[in-house]
Design a protein around this ligand. Structure first.
Ligand SMILES: Nc1nc2c(ncn2[C@@H]2O[C@H](COP(=O)(O)OP(=O)(O)OP(=O)(O)O)[C@@H](O)[C@H]2O)c(=O)[nH]1
Ligand SMILES: [Mg+2]
Length: 439
């Protein structure tokens, strides 16, 4: 193990856990946290790995509540200073969101730049944002976060010459003032409204198709994108470019929607941005438009990494449920998919089945359990379908083809008057066939 167990606040220096190869990382972080019993800093380390920052030491103080002025208690702050020198850190990273006052005081006492968890998450989002909308959303979130804490922040980041916390609006703000930042925020909001307008158009198109929609939601790195790829490979149609999958946090920021065919019937399946504990509020607000996809879905498949230790699993599950509440999707029908089952032994799988009798165990990686997941999705969405009994004239080949497209398997019988059809179609599209209805 590279770090000592810091339950008592000891600090290990030593080799940099360089995320970017063997060369000495530019940013070398000492991680600090005031945590109640049980938590650890492994997730922060993952976040930093994703952000390309090396973790060279950690220091945990066990306390229920952080110190209001300095986050850590006074004795621990002194310890942190020694520790930072011992492990040659040039950055302090805190596992919580710091108040402006805590951050300023800590920087003063420690003589090093201090960055908090929120800044790290915002920075990762900034680096991963791909679409125009995603970039605007992240910039807005960063600006709003920084607005609240305008102070000598930018000077130390300049010293560091880039790196975490410096991407995005940071550089431009160095010479600007609050008023300019506020103008920028207003401009970003307007542009987002505009982009949202086009999104609404796209959504309207999809709604015209009116297919039942499933959204994959879950903690970051749970395997949502892998599951989207696996499900659409198994139940999709035609070759589509795969959604990017990587063992890093917040890989997916822009929602992707694919068609899924269950019993031949089309459904829409959307991959969404991952959630995390202490997800910055600014991000939830900024991503409200994107998250609308989640709110509008008929079914949420909550993807949970079943291979994580139980305590971590519970934290992840609660974080996801809390975030769903926050975005107004708390009441949406939910199906729990326990993913990465391939990493578990038979006994662990049995325990999970007992604990979550309603969940489906799957492995997006190996494909195990996908069939059952498909069946469950279909069952949960049965209420979105309507059974039709129709008589379609032979001349109307177009309507018959459309029925096949929407209903998948269709039972048909040729009669003298036309084709008698019994089919299940999305309720919102049933109107189209009303003129063929037979009593
Ligand atoms: N062993 C195993 N690994 C998996 C499985 N599903 C996903 N993974 C791995 O888990 C990592 C994260 O997968 P993603 O699909 O990118 O996860 P995500 O939930 O989309 O993550 P974000 O977009 O970052 O929120 C990747 O390294 C995947 O290869 C699985 O069933 N078994
Ligand atoms: Mg993803």
């Amino acid at each position: 193990m590279e770090w000592s167990d810091n339950a008592h606040g000891a600090v290990s220096g030593g080799a940099a856990r360089a995320a970017n190869g063997s060369q000495r990382a530019r940013q070398r972080a000492l991680c600090i946290a005031a945590l109640p019993e049980g938590d650890d800093l492994s997730e922060l380390a993952e976040l930093l790995r994703t952000a390309g920052v090396a973790v060279v030491g950690e220091l945990v103080q066990r306390r229920e509540r952080p110190h209001p002025n300095t986050y850590l208690g006074p004795g621990k702050v002194a310890e942190a200073k020694t520790a930072a020198q011992a492990c040659d850190a040039n950055l302090i990273v805190c596992d919580d969101e710091l108040s402006a006052r805590q951050e300023r005081n800590l920087e003063q006492e420690l003589g090093l730049p201090v960055v908090d968890r929120t800044t790290v998450i915002l920075d990762i989002f900034a680096a991963h944002a791909g679409s125009a909308e995603g970039k605007l959303q992240v910039e807005l979130a960063q600006l709003e976060y920084n607005m609240a804490r305008m102070r000598g922040l930018w000077s130390h980041l300049e010293r560091l010459g880039g790196g975490i916390g410096t991407r995005g609006p940071g550089e431009t703000q160095i010479e600007t003032d609050r008023r300019l930042a506020r103008n920028r925020i207003a401009a970003l909001r307007r542009r987002l409204e505009h982009v949202k307008g086009t999104r609404a158009v796209q959504r309207a198109e999809r709604e015209r198709a009116a297919l039942p929609t499933v959204a994959l939601v879950g903690y970051t790195n749970a395997g949502k994108s892998t599951l989207l790829n696996a499900l659409t490979a198994a139940y999709g149609r035609g070759a589509r470019a795969e959604v990017g999958v990587r063992d890093r946090l917040f890989h997916t920021l822009d929602p992707t929607t694919r068609t899924l065919r269950l019993s031949g019937r089309p459904y829409l399946l959307t991959d969404t941005v991952g959630f995390i504990s202490k997800l910055p509020h600014q991000l939830v607000d900024a991503f409200a438009a994107t998250l609308e996809e989640t709110r509008r879905a008929e079914l949420l498949v909550h993807v949970l990494d079943a291979s994580a230790p139980e305590a971590k699993r519970e934290i992840m599950q609660h974080a996801v449920e809390g975030t769903l509440e926050e975005i107004g999707a708390g009441e949406s029908p939910r199906l729990l998919a326990l993913n990465k089952a391939d990493l578990l032994g038979e006994q662990a799988r049995d325990e999970l089945r007992l604990r979550h009798p309603d969940a489906v165990l799957v492995s997006a990686g190996t494909g195990a359990g996908l069939e059952r997941l498909g069946e469950r999705i279909e069952r949960e969405l049965a209420h979105t379908l309507r059974a039709l009994d129709l008589l379609v004239p032979y001349a109307d080949g177009g309507s018959l083809a459309e029925l096949h497209e929407l209903a998948g398997e269709v039972s048909r019988e040729d009669t003298a008057e036309g084709v008698r059809v019994h089919a299940l179609v999305p309720a919102r599209l049933a109107e189209r066939f009303a003129k063929f209805a037979v009593a």
